[in-house]
Design a protein around this ligand. Structure first.
Ligand SMILES: Nc1ncnc2c1ncn2[C@@H]1O[C@H](COP(=O)(O)OP(=O)(O)OP(=O)(O)O)[C@@H](O)[C@H]1O
Ligand SMILES: [Mg+2]
Length: 208
């Protein structure tokens, strides 16, 4: 349907809309296939994604297996991206990592990544999304925990947001990320811990 004269966006609005669409489409391209569909997300996650006035800067999604944490995180980060493009008029960077891959990448013997460059990238990204933070069965070594400390402390002192999914609460992750990172995450995500409840959707359950 053609625009009526009232609805025609001015050139500045068109540029902004195009920039937002480019950002969101680029992000959708790197979103895993099952998480591309739009779902209704928890209102607190939506507040965070739209950066509403009282929303905390960081979000920590917790809850049992299969309840929708990762899907919520991809959708919330997509909306966060759109909101941030509109607010800042530039393309924000989002680093998305499964925790197990992140811990592997930060190991001293990893040959696929330059540890210094990766640490810097993860310190400076506009948003760092780590999925399933407590998934690792074997806790990272002291060396890897030190790299995590460097990453999270830099983000903490510069108030850079993180988005975490995890099947336990922030006060239960010290054995994985170390006491210092757990402490910083506790403060960064204060007011932003969202519990998703319900049955495992993969087994046909529906979240409450
Ligand atoms: N609100 C929703 N509406 C419809 N489908 C959903 C919704 N949330 C999640 N799903 C679907 O449910 C399944 C499980 O979701 P997801 O992978 O996000 O769970 P999870 O909580 O991250 O699980 P895990 O703890 O095992 O990582 C996926 O197929 C996902 O697309
Ligand atoms: Mg998940």
């Amino acid at each position: 349907m053609p625009f009526s004269s009232d609805e025609t966006p001015n050139p500045r609005q068109s540029v902004l809309r195009e920039r937002r669409e480019d950002a969101v489409n680029g992000y959708l391209d790197r979103t895993p296939a099952i998480y591309r569909g739009n779902i209704r997300i928890h209102p607190d996650a939506d507040d965070w994604a739209r950066q509403r006035d009282d929303a905390p800067p960081s979000l920590f999604l917790t809850g049992p297996i299969g309840v929708g944490k990762t899907h919520t995180a991809w959708q919330a980060s997509r909306q966060w991206l759109a909101t941030t493009v509109d607010r800042t008029r530039r393309m924000p960077s989002i680093e998305t990592w499964r925790s197990t891959a992140l811990f592997d990448a930060l190991r001293p013997d990893n040959r696929d990544y330059d540890a210094k460059a990766l640490t810097r990238t993860l310190q400076c990204a506009d948003l760092l999304y780590v999925d399933d933070l407590a998934a690792a069965r074997v806790s990272p070594t002291g060396w890897t925990q030190e790299r995590l400390y460097e990453i999270f402390d830099e983000r903490y002192i510069n108030r850079r947001p993180v988005l975490i999914t995890c099947d336990v609460y922030p006060n239960q992750i010290s054995h994985i990320v170390g006491d210092r990172v757990a402490s910083r995450l506790g403060e960064m995500c204060r007011g932003g811990v969202v519990l998703l409840e319900g049955a495992d959707r993969r087994m046909g359950g529906v979240a409450a």
